[in-house]
Write a protein that binds this ligand. Structure first.
Ligand code: NIG
Ligand code: FE
Length: 429
């Protein structure tokens, strides 16, 4: 058993906690490594399984982890939940999402099914820009409601922490509105949220012929207006969107303002995005479908997490996916995320992302466990709080309907989540 028990001169005495979760068929707390820091290489492949496992929780935190007989002997609670037949793992940490949108884009999906290309749709004012029109038109209250609906669905899919980007406003007022909607939704919702300003998600129509003016607007007007409403800044670093020079200008200015950095890097055309992210000390370089060898080497020698988004390359019908095996073997810190957004990936299911990572990226279920929990938590600087079930961390975990932990990835297409526990509180699905 991992945790602290109190004893008296009369012998061990059960300690009272708020809630006990007992009889997990398998409990995988990811405690066979340090509580903090991303895991790399071999460390991503070891999985600690406690059969008939149990968790003691008080004040929303993990007090102790062990077998049901160990925990029941050491702890008492009025509230005891039986998790028989479930596999319990830390709550998923989804470190790349775009939930601040006002309308879905199924029409665009139909165009893509009929053969249209994602970037071609974007260049004609569709894609991200159609979401921009919808966000500019909606009020802050209605956008907050929409974000709350998205937050509920993350919890329903077993995700307890997300990174959430703005980026469908692309003018100062609408970017502020998006980050305020995220902030208000966070205050009302149990999900842990790390906010990212993505004013450089696309160049709005009105700036298409004067891109540098838009970069100036992001730096001079937007960043000062948003820097207290977010933790990080991101840029869609892509040759035809924000090239290396423009991306570097925006990210450097954000860094000077004290923001952490994340980068949409090397998704569609190679641009040295990963190298740029590493050079700027970014927390993450995301997508990486077309990352170069030099980019992989740079990531491997850095603290920048490689965030892979197989849902997006799948959903866009790409045949080229991020070279995950090369990155894992080079020693990169690898995380997986959903990229939940209305255009290029409409899912918030991390279990589905794990299936796609196993099949398309050739990652193992064990690697995927780390890549959806502790590694993304580390990339957000939240690893002291979430990502494993070490005592003292938030009691964030998910009970899954799987034959064993090895069924993660193998079972796909439905939602295997039976219960999500966030800060010790139970959310049934
Ligand atoms: O990460 N690549 C840019 N941004 C999103 C797509 C957003 C959208 O299409 O609405 C992404 O895939
Ligand atoms: Fe994205």
């Amino acid at each position: 058993m991992y945790g602290i028990t109190i004893s008296s001169s009369f012998g061990p005495m059960p300690e009272t906690v708020d809630r006990l979760f007992i009889h997990c068929k398998e409990l995988v707390p990811l405690m066979d490594g340090p509580p903090c820091g991303a895991r790399r290489g071999e460390a991503m492949r070891s999985v600690d399984v406690i059969e008939d496992g149990a968790i003691a929780v008080r004040d929303g935190r993990v007090v102790a982890i062990g077998t049901t007989s160990e925990i029941s002997a050491a702890y008492d609670a009025n509230d005891v939940l039986d998790l028989t037949d479930t596999v319990v793992i830390p709550g998923f940490v989804d470190c790349h999402t775009h939930p601040a949108f006002a309308a879905t884009r199924e029409e665009e999906f139909h165009l893509r099914c009929a053969g249209a290309d994602y970037m071609e749709i974007a260049s004609k004012g569709g894609g991200i820009l159609s979401s921009v029109r919808a966000v500019r038109a909606i009020g802050e209250d209605a956008l907050t409601e929409r974000v709350l609906l998205h937050f509920d669905k993350f919890i329903a899919h077993g995700t307890t922490t997300i990174e959430a980007k703005s980026g469908y406003g692309l003018d100062t007022a609408s970017e502020v509105k998006s980050l305020r909607a995220l902030t208000r939704a966070m205050a009302e919702h149990p999900l842990t949220v790390s906010r990212t300003f993505l004013g450089a998600h696309e160049v709005p129509m009105e700036y298409r012929e004067r891109r540098d003016d838009y970069v100036d607007l992001v730096i001079d007007e937007m960043l000062p207006a948003v820097d207290r409403l977010c933790e990080s800044c991101d840029v869609f670093a892509e040759p035809k969107v924000f090239d290396a020079v423009r991306s570097e200008r925006i990210l450097s200015a954000a860094k000077v303002r004290g923001l952490r950095l994340r980068v949409h890097a090397d998704e569609i055309e190679p641009m040295g995005g990963a190298e740029l992210a590493v050079a700027l000390g970014a927390d993450s370089a995301d997508h990486l479908a077309v990352v170069s060898e030099a980019g992989i080497a740079a990531l491997a020698g850095s603290e920048t997490t490689a965030v892979l988004l197989p849902g997006t390359s799948f959903y866009l019908g790409k045949h080229r996916h991020a070279p995950a095996r090369k990155m894992l073997e080079a020693g990169c810190a690898v995380a997986l995320a959903s990229d939940f957004n209305p255009g290029s990936c409409y899912t918030m299911s991390m279990p589905l992302i794990v299936s796609l990572a196993c099949v398309l990226l050739h990652m193992t279920p064990a690697e995927c466990l780390c890549a959806t929990t502790i590694n993304p938590a580390a990339s957000l600087g939240l690893d002291a709080e979430v990502g494993t079930l070490h005592p003292g961390k938030r009691a964030d975990f998910v009970a899954l309907d799987l034959p064993s932990w090895k069924g993660l990835g193998y079972v796909f297409g439905g939602n295997p989540v039976l219960m999500t526990v966030k800060d010790g509180e139970v959310f049934g699905v």
